[in-house]
Design a protein. Sequence first.
Lengths: 349, 377
Amino acid sequence: MDAVEVVGGGRASLAPGTPLLEVEDLHVEFHTRDGVAKAVNGVSYAVSAGETLAVLGESGSGKSVTAQAIMGILDMPPGRITAGRVLFRGEDLLTMSANARRAVRGRRIAMIFQDALSALNPVLSVGYQLGEMFRVHHGVTRKEAREKAVELMERVRIPAARQRVGDFPHQFSGGMRQRIMIAMALSLEPDLIIADEPTTALDVTVQAQVMDLLAELQAEFNMGLILITHDLGVVADVADKIAVMYAGRIVETAPVHELYARPAHPYTRGLLDSIPRLDQKGQDLHAIKGLPPNLLRIPEGCAFNPRCERARDRCLAELPSLVPVVGEHGEELVGRRSACHYWHETLHG
Amino acid sequence: MTANGASALGAAVPEEAAFTQEVPRGEPILEVRDLIKHFPLTQGVLFKKRVGAVKAVDGVSFDLMQGETLGIVGESGCGKSTLAKVLMNLEPATGGSVRYKGEEISRLSGAALKAVRRNIQMVFQDPYTSLNPRMTVGDIIGEPYEIHPEVAPKGDRRKAVQDLLDVVGLNPEYINRYPHQFSGGQRQRIGIARGLALKPEIIICDEPVSALDVSVQAQVINLLEQLQGEFNLSYMFIAHDLSIVRHISDRVGVMYLGKMVEVGSDAEIYDHATHPYTQALLSAVPVPDPAARESRDRIVLTGDVPSPANPPSGCRFRTRCWKAQQRCEVEVPLLAAPSWLDGAASHDSACHFAAEREIGQAGQSGQAGESGQGGTE
């Protein structure tokens, strides 16, 4: 790995605290037979080097679509980015030429997918697929590429890497395949990794191995990490800060400890309450009533209003914006925002 | 063992065996002994030669008590879903016995088998594939009545289906809709209504909420608990989400590679686990509390689950176990309460070296690998 040369594009170090990636007011919609599905409706977030941002949301919340828009792998059509900017080191990826963008994708921003078996090519050996990164981006020979592939496999602790480099994806277990995906994402030492539900398909004991590996490599290379997940447990384990999404909007952002201790949005509160706790044995769980909204018909006002116990007239009419929240004595809470008209009731009540 | 010895002793199964007698609460309604299910592995096209077997379930014993919820946890490939299929009599067992109210179900046929099947129903994991997309909700829920017309005579069926929809919290007017018109959580409610249609005594739930969104999972769990009280059901609840299993279960069984490795009450398993696999499994579950991140003492197991076609000799967990010794290689540990333990730790555990975990000890032991903090410096 250390032998990998960085080709193309200076890797000037950013000033500390400067975000690596900034998403600004992104809007994505899908044109379907039944109408326009508004999947992402003004999402903004930022990640710095070495930082882990967890994007938390249920299916249909727009968390994966946002990631696909950042990576430039959105299916267009039916998808369409209608507004917004995606700044990577200050440059807008959305207005970049296709060639410039290709140089960023894979090399500077890499992605790990949920289902490693369908993300890998079944008819090519994993060694070939890992080496392909070096052949395409660095123009090394086949033999060198194979060596690099073995190094990478050792890096992600695949046992007997040299013997297994010629094996095909189906010959590996789920955990090993996800390691290969991580190896592939890391191969060109990207600045940012987007991991879309990287451990959802894995068993818990294997999930722990993979998450540990990812966190370790992230620290080693000082990468930014966007972790997309619905699992409140995984988030608590690895994230620095969290953005909670609902119906294509961010409804709350907070540093990880504060979000779990004192949520400032009724939806976050509901999610945390619906986890079975020890003292609730034999009682009903606090379920959020109703269902996530249909993206073709997002409710007027706050999208969460039909399911919210605190909803009142203002919530039905006026869309809440993501505003900073403050502590009980007016003190600033760094990084905390909530898109609820009555956030103080959830936070302080 | 045989609470209902009378019917069990009857040499010939009575023709009209409807299994109507009530089992008192807390008595076993389903007794499983040494249950084995092997799937043969064959080679050759024309002359198939048997070259081995996938030992999906390999000697599992437990009782399901009337009115209780027995949680079964384990990773994929441990045989928990195969176990469910064998109990449902969807797959014939290779060996062992399953007794329902004292009656051996694998020996039954005809009307008696039909009666057993009526009383053991199943709720499946995936509400998208377990409902026929070309049937209306009314047809799906009412189909069991075609096979068991005695439960609801023809004229009453529509009413019966509407009642069921109401019971599971769906609008009875949805009876003519199709599955695609419902969300995942609603579909799972339809699946539950179908499971309830024949007024069964036992419902086997195979990962009933794992395909659902977090905010909807709690609704379905609440519904299952409410129905259990209302209809006096016994549940076998198969899942991999340990916190949900703890919430709903009275007793919990932990499976690994076709074997039951530990069985006990929820508190015995979760607070006093004595089998190393259970301890590793519990410690690996991500806890939704960032404050616990630093203090957690995680056992990270090395490697993957071995193939059930060629399981390790002796104790099946020994290849990943940090306690493994020579003895584990040769001697299969039996599922029994270890004589050297007492109190809550004294429950069934299949380990030669069963012991409660001392926090801080297991995480350091060499083979088990790093504790959870790796890479967060």
